[in-house]
Ligand binder design. Sequence first.
Ligand SMILES: [Fe+2]
Length: 454
Amino acid sequence: MRRTDDTRSGFDGGIAPGTFGVLAGVAEEVVVEPENLEGALRRMVVGLREGLGLRALTLSASVTEGRGLEARSGVAGGTAAELPILRGKKHVGTLRAYPGSLDDGRREVLRAAAGVAALALDAAYAREVAAQKTAQGSVVQIASEALGVIKEEGDLYRTVLVLTLELLDASGGAILLGDGGVVSLGFEGSEETLEALREVRFLGRSPWMGRIGGHHLLGVGLGGDEGAVFLTRPTRPYTEAEGVSLKLVARQLARARERSRLYASLERTSTEAISALAAALESRDDTTGEHIRRTQALAGEVAEEIGLRPEGIRVVKYAAMLHDIGKIGIPDSILNKPGGLTQEEWRAMRRHPATGADIIGRIAGFENVVEAVLAHHERHDGRGYPAGLAGDEVPVAARLISVIDAYDAMTNDRPYRRAMTHEEALAEIERGSGTQFDPAVVEALKTVLHHGRK
Ligand SMILES: [Fe+2]
């Protein structure tokens, strides 16, 4: 019913409220249910014809010159009364009645009927606008929610395409970047179109519509010389409303891309700071800078071997670099002590995973690295520390670091012992497989080392 009030207050047809009484029921129906607009108007026409004894009544979108009720004779064998249908001051259609005779009462009713028709058009228009707004709103809202959580620029473009293809009913989509890069979806078999789009990729921010090779196209620039996003479909041309939606998506994309670039530079800065921290730690630990780089490279290869995805490999590499960062809080006297440690010293030593996790936890974007650092002294059999996790409870990056770190420590000199050979170290690791170490990771390490030695 809210829509009834809105529509009525927006109507400027100059009909006295009492006049609606003449069209009681019919008018209400037209206004309340604009979805049934056509049916309601048809019922109104039939009702008026019967009620007023008209020979014919038509509503049409054609516009006549008259601004008021005009009676013309000699049309369709009788007198025709024509009334403009006005939306505000705009003349949008004509009501024609062919009465046997036209008295004041009938004229009044016909004026009201023209007003109702205008009102119905208002309602239909309002509904269309509302539907467009809803469609635009949902596209933009969904896109912005999704884009808000994406940090990699490449993922960003793919997600935008998947979403806009779905929401704007496109068969293909492409983002053509200013530097010539292309991310496309659903363009299989139309490489020529994609090539042609490359030529027009420096669009402004206003929607562009075109046709290439029988495909309807819609494009919007991403701002400056950043490139553009295009949609294509073979079935029908794009509408202005769809253009507006894509424009809003492009704006969200530009913002999300800005965020992702900021994020990348933040991560770079953090990584540099952490590398410096790790280097400082190394110098205390009497190991060389080579240690961290070697551990990182080997960890990356083993991570790949056990089938981790790029994000998982990234976590492993950072964890390899940072897992012992918590040792920064341990006094040199304990860290470099040649002999065995006292119970108190062990307690201090065992705090380093938690201290490290605490340090890493303050760096944006390293959330997944935190749990690997915290758990890198857990054991496969649950007898590790600090939490005593076992098997799969131990994060995979931590399981991996624990094997790599042990291997690397054994194959390099330490204050308290000489380095073992690779064979001796590997044999030692294999002895710990299934107790200290995850057997799958031990196997992966063997494979990597075996390949590396060939
Ligand atoms: Fe450690």
